[in-house]
Design a protein. Structure first.
Length: 109
C-alpha cells in the first residue's frame, strides 16, 4: 500500500481576513484542487483518504466525496471531533429503549 504526503491544505480563515470562510463549498474547492494535482494514473484506481475535523462534518462535503465514485475516484473519508459536555448531554437525553450497540465491544480485534 502506498502512503503519500498531503497534496494540498487549504488556507483556512480563522481570524485572518481575505481567506475562505471554511464552508462546505470552500472544502470542496480545496479537494477538487488537490485531486487535480494528482496524476491520472494515481487519481484513478488507488484509494484516496480524506480526513476532516468537525468543520468537515457537512452533508454537502460528504455527498461530494461519495459522488467522486462517479468519476472513478475511490475516496475514503474520516470525520471526527472532540466529544464535549454538549455531546454527552445530547446522548444522555436519548431514550434508552430502542438503542443497542452496533457491534460488540472488542469486535474486529
Amino acid at each position: 500500500m502506498k502512503v503519500a504526503r498531503p497534496v494540498l491544505r487549504g488556507p483556512w480563515r480563522g481570524n485572518a481576513p481575505g481567506l475562505p470562510d471554511n464552508t462546505a463549498a470552500d472544502h470542496i474547492a480545496v479537494i477538487d484542487a488537490a485531486l487535480a494535482q494528482i496524476p491520472d494514473e494515481h487519481r484513478h484506481g488507488y484509494p484516496i483518504l480524506f480526513r476532516f475535523d468537525g468543520a468537515g462534518a457537512t452533508k454537502a462535503l460528504l455527498a461530494h466525496l461519495r459522488s467522486l465514485a462517479n468519476t472513478n475516484v475511490h475516496s475514503e473519508f474520516s470525520v471526527g471531533w472532540a466529544v464535549t459536555a454538549r455531546e454527552h448531554a445530547a446522548i444522555a437525553a436519548l431514550p434508552r429503549r430502542g438503542s443497542r450497540r452496533a457491534c460488540p465491544q472488542g469486535a474486529g480485534r
